[in-house]
Design a protein around this ligand. Structure first.
Ligand SMILES: [Zn+2]
Length: 99
């Protein structure tokens, strides 16, 4: 049996395209995206010791294409600071060997 964090790690290592927290929730049958964001935070620290890294494609605004900082993406922003739109494209994640 893998722990939830191990399962997320495995998913992010094997995925071709970066995955959003919602996609991870759907696959692993989790209820809350906030759990995934929290786990990814931990996973980022764990995989660093294995020579890997979590690559974050930052959240962006669907209206004005404002790009959030990676640091802010992990908390899943809900509003664009520039145009105030709430149409936010979720950040997505994958894990790769560190170059
Ligand atoms: Zn915007």
């Amino acid at each position: 049996m893998l722990t939830r964090r191990e399962e997320i790690t495995r998913l992010l290592e094997s995925t071709e395209q970066p995955m959003t927290a919602q996609e991870i929730c759907d696959i692993l049958d989790l209820r809350k995206r906030s759990i995934v964001y929290e786990d990814i935070d931990h996973i980022a620290r764990t995989v660093r010791n294995q020579g890997k890294e979590v690559i974050v494609k930052p959240a962006s605004c669907g209206k004005c294409h404002y790009m959030f900082k990676v640091k802010d993406s992990a908390k899943a922003p809900t509003k664009c600071p520039k145009c105030r739109s709430e149409w936010i494209l979720a950040p997505s994640f994958l894990i790769r060997m560190k170059k």
